[in-house]
Design a protein around this ligand. Structure first.
Ligand code: ADP
Ligand code: MG
Length: 229
C-alpha cells in the first residue's frame, strides 16, 4: 500500500458553542489514497461535514493528527491553512456556496485569482471547466438564474479549477435529479481513475455506492468500519 494522500489519526473535534460543548468527532482514523473514490456515509449529525471540513483545511481539529501528503496540518496556524487548501484541496460544499454577485465563470475563476493566475488564462481555464460540465451556455449567468443541478456543476468546476490532488464533496448529489446525480458521480470517478485524484464523497444516497471503491460508515463521530487498512 502506498502512503495515503490523507491520513487521519485519533481525530477529535469538539464545538465550543454556548453552554454545552458537543463532541462531533471522537477518535477518527482514516486513510484516503490517490486514485480511489471513498464514500463516507452516516446519519445526519454523525460528523461527516465536520470530518471533511477538517480534512479540507476549512475547520481546525480539537486534537489528533491530519497529514496531507505527509505534512501535518493540525498544528498549523489558522492563516497557514488557506494556502494548503489552495494547493491541495477541491471542496464541493453542501449547498454550493456560490457567490451570488459573481457569474459562473467568475465563481470558477476565484481560486485561480488567489493563486495568481493571470486573467486570460483564468478565463480560459474556467470556460474549459464549464464546458466539461455541460455549461458552455452559462459562462455569464448568475447563480440565481441557474437550476440546482447547474449550480452544483458550477460548484464542481470551481472545486476542480486549481487541479487539486484531493477532492472532497459534501452531499454533491443531494440536490440533483438522478440523471444529473449520475453525471456528477461519473465525473468524480473519472477524476480518480483517469487522473489519479483522491475523491471523498459524503452522501447518504445509496445510489452513490456503485461509484465507490470503498464505503466508510460513521456514526456519532466514530468510524464504524474500514477507515484504515
Ligand atoms: N458550527 C457548529 N457548532 C456547534 N455544533 C455543531 C456545528 N456544526 C456541527 N455541529 C454538531 O456536530 C455534530 C456533527 O455535525 P455535522 O458534522 O454537520 O454532521 P453531518 O454532516 O453528518 O450531518 C452534530 O451534532 C452537529 O449538531
Ligand atoms: Mg453534513
Amino acid at each position: 500500500m502506498p502512503e495515503p494522500i490523507v491520513q487521519v489519526r485519533g481525530l477529535t473535534k469538539t464545538y465550543e458553542s454556548g453552554a454545552a460543548a458537543a463532541r462531533a468527532l471522537d477518535g477518527v482514523n482514516l486513510d484516503v489514497h490517490a486514485g480511489e473514490v471513498m464514500l463516507l456515509m452516516g446519519p445526519s449529525g454523525s460528523g461527516k461535514t465536520t470530518l471533511i471540513s477538517i480534512m479540507g483545511c476549512i475547520l481546525r481539529a480539537s486534537s489528533g493528527s491530519v497529514r496531507i501528503k505527509g505534512r501535518e496540518i493540525t498544528g498549523l496556524k489558522e492563516k497557514q491553512l488557506p494556502r494548503i487548501r489552495l494547493d491541495n484541496i477541491g471542496f464541493v460544499f453542501q449547498g454550493f456556496n456560490l457567490f451570488p454577485t459573481l457569474t459562473s465563470s467568475e465563481n470558477v475563476e476565484i481560486g485561480l485569482d488567489l493563486k495568481g493566475v493571470r486573467v486570460r488564462q483564468r478565463k480560459q481555464r474556467a470556460r474549459a471547466l464549464l464546458d466539461s460540465v455541460g455549461l458552455s451556455d452559462k459562462y455569464d449567468a448568475f447563480p440565481a438564474d441557474l437550476s440546482g443541478g447547474q449550480k452544483q456543476r458550477v460548484a464542481i468546476a470551481r472545486a476542480l479549477a486549481g487541479d487539486p490532488g484531493i477532492i472532497l464533496a459534501d452531499e454533491p448529489t443531494a440536490a440533483l435529479d438522478s440523471v444529473t446525480g449520475r453525471t456528477v458521480m461519473d465525473m468524480m470517478r473519472k477524476l480518480a481513475k483517469d487522473r489519479g485524484r483522491a475523491v471523498v464523497v459524503v452522501s447518504h444516497d445509496g445510489r452513490v455506492m456503485e461509484y465507490a471503491d470503498r464505503v466508510v460508515h460513521i456514526e456519532d463521530g466514530k468510524i464504524l468500519n474500514g477507515g484504515t487498512h
